[in-house]
Design a protein around this ligand. Sequence first.
Ligand SMILES: Nc1ncnc2c1ncn2[C@@H]1O[C@H](COP(=O)(O)OP(=O)(O)O)[C@@H](O)[C@H]1O
Ligand SMILES: [Mg+2]
Length: 205
Amino acid sequence: MRSVLIANPKGGAGKTTLATNLTGHFANAGQKVTLCDLDRQQSSLRWMAFRDSAMAPVNGYFAGNQMLISLPKEPDWVVLDAPAGLQGYKLADYLRLADKVIIPVVPSVFDMAATEDFLGSIRQDMRGRRNAIGIVAMRVDPRTRAAAMLEEFLKHFNLPILSYIRHTQNYVNAAARGLTVFDPPSSRHRRDVEQWEPLLQWLKD
Ligand SMILES: Nc1ncnc2c1ncn2[C@@H]1O[C@H](COP(=O)(O)OP(=O)(O)O)[C@@H](O)[C@H]1O
Ligand SMILES: [Mg+2]
C-alpha cells in the first residue's frame, strides 16, 4: 500500500478535486484504491455516492475527526483528502501516515498568503524527506503572469511544481456526476489527462 495526502489549509484550493481525480486515475488503471475523507464536510464521499457502479470501482471511508491510527493495508493506494485548516499535531500525524504529500495552490495573492505558513511548517515536519512533497498549480495556465508569480513565491520554499492544472468546467461537471477526467469517454478530457502526467510519474517513482 502507498498513501498520498492532499493538503492545504485554504478552502477551495482544489484538494477534493485532486483527491477524487487521483482516485479515478488509479481506479481506471486497474488499481485498488481507497479514498479516505478526513474532512467533516465529506465532499469526497459525496462525490463517491454520485458515482455510477458501471465505472471503475473505488472504496471510501470517512475518518472524521478521529485520530487515524492506521490505514487499510489491502488497497494499492490510499488517497487522503485533508480538511481546510489542517495544522499542528493533527497535520504532523497525517504526514506520518503519508508516503507522499501533494499541495494544490491557486496562484492568487490570497491563496499564496494563506499557504505561506503551512509550507514553512510542512517543510519542517518533513525534514529528511522533503522530496516527498510536491506542489500542483491549480487552475492556471503555465504561460501566464499568475504562473510566474506562483513560481517566484515557491522559490522561497524550494518545492517543485509537479503539474499545472488548467481551469476548466470539465472538473466541475465530472465532480457533479461522481466522475473524473480519467473516466470514459476519454476523448473529452485528453488535454486534462495530459496535464496530470508529470504528477502521476512523480507519485509512482
Ligand atoms: N481546475 C479547476 N477548474 C475549474 N474548477 C475547479 C478546478 N479545481 C477545482 N475547481 C472547483 O473549485 C471548487 C473548490 O475545489 P475543491 O477541490 O472542492 O477545493 P478544496 O477541497 O481544497 O476545498 C470546486 O467547486 C471545484 O469544482
Ligand atoms: Mg475539500
